[in-house]
Write a protein that binds this ligand. Sequence first.
Ligand SMILES: Cc1ncc(COP(=O)(O)O)c(C=O)c1O
Length: 423
Amino acid sequence: MRIFEELESEVRGYVRSFPTIFDVARGALLYDEQGTRYIDFFAGAGTMNYGHNHPDITRAVIDYLERGGIVHGLDKATVAKQAFLQKLKDTILGPRNLPYKIQFTGPTGTNAVETALKLARMVKRRSNVISFTNGYHGLTLGALAVTGNYFYRDESYGARNNVAFMPYDGYFGPDVNTIDYMRRFLEDNSSGVDVPAAVIVETVQGEGGIHVASVEWLQQLEALCREFDILLIVDDIQVGNGRTGTFFSFERAGITPDMVTVSKSIGGGLPLAMLFMRPDLDQWQPGEHTGTFRGNNLAFVASEVALSYWDNEDLARAVVHKGEIMKSELDRLADKYGELSPSVRGLGMVWGLELPQPGVAGDASRAAFERGLILETAGANDDVLKFLPPLIIEEDLLREGFDIVDQALGAVLAQRHKTMGTS
Ligand SMILES: Cc1ncc(COP(=O)(O)O)c(C=O)c1O
């Protein structure tokens, strides 16, 4: 580990949570340089939905490189991009009757968010944007401005204005409809909240600690946006690509966002980000919003293969089935470790186990890592264990992973009893 400590910035994070030197990976398994095996319940924070080094993706990328396929092309037309766009149209957009235009942005999620915010403000000629409590949208300054968590907001004293935060679904408990609350602010021209260009929302908040917006809330949000002529941006960077059981996470609510940001798993493991937008919103001048790494031909090749998972219903069905296993395992663990006051939240294959006592979730994540499981924490106080295995994980590995979580929670509880002198 010496070279990392010597040269890499203090900002490094996951190397501290998972302190080993990883070497190879396949499917839902990672191996470090000693050959120690780890089950992946993290999936690169939602990037490896189709698994690590999928053999068909690897083969396609190697073939492309061997035949001298263009790797870097800015936004020139390439054979790889053509094939990707066609696949996207045939497999995803066409069957869902979604007429979006596609804008390739810089290669990481925050670039897509920046693009959406800039375009929304440009089209609507309004500066304000509404985001939600516990929202996470990336850490470049525009995206950071719509990200709630103080830990990240504190990192910079740069401008983060022109954003108002509203309470997410359930923020005040089950009895308060937070869309009514928001409506009141919008109706009252003295509320101090300007009618925004756009609302940006995650249908399931990932980094914020796995908060699931209800179907009714999402539908009401869409209706509110229509009523006040506000653009609805769904940030599907973490929970899109099948994570909730459908390709786009908003499909369960039957809503049609004006814009959708997509990244992480869309690249089949390689960096790729894009903005889907309603065609009439595509008001850019040629070259008005550019970037050197817009579109990544290797990622197009990988993505075209990955999108084949959506040629039929098999993956969607598998997500529902494995999601049920995850829920029942988590309910069992919540029951067994009631002393830790746990609560279970989630949908599809994105689940959270909130462990509100300070430090417990972090200790459990460390104990899981020591036992061969990669499991990260999320939430405002890092008090939620976040379960995000690759969608293609084998059932026996999924169950083995939960056995490790069981052991880890047992170890954490035993340690707490020891510290407190109880048994
Ligand atoms: C919902 C959401 N939006 C945006 C981002 C930012 O993506 P990136 O880290 O690739 O910039 C993330 C990252 O976790 C995310 O979960």
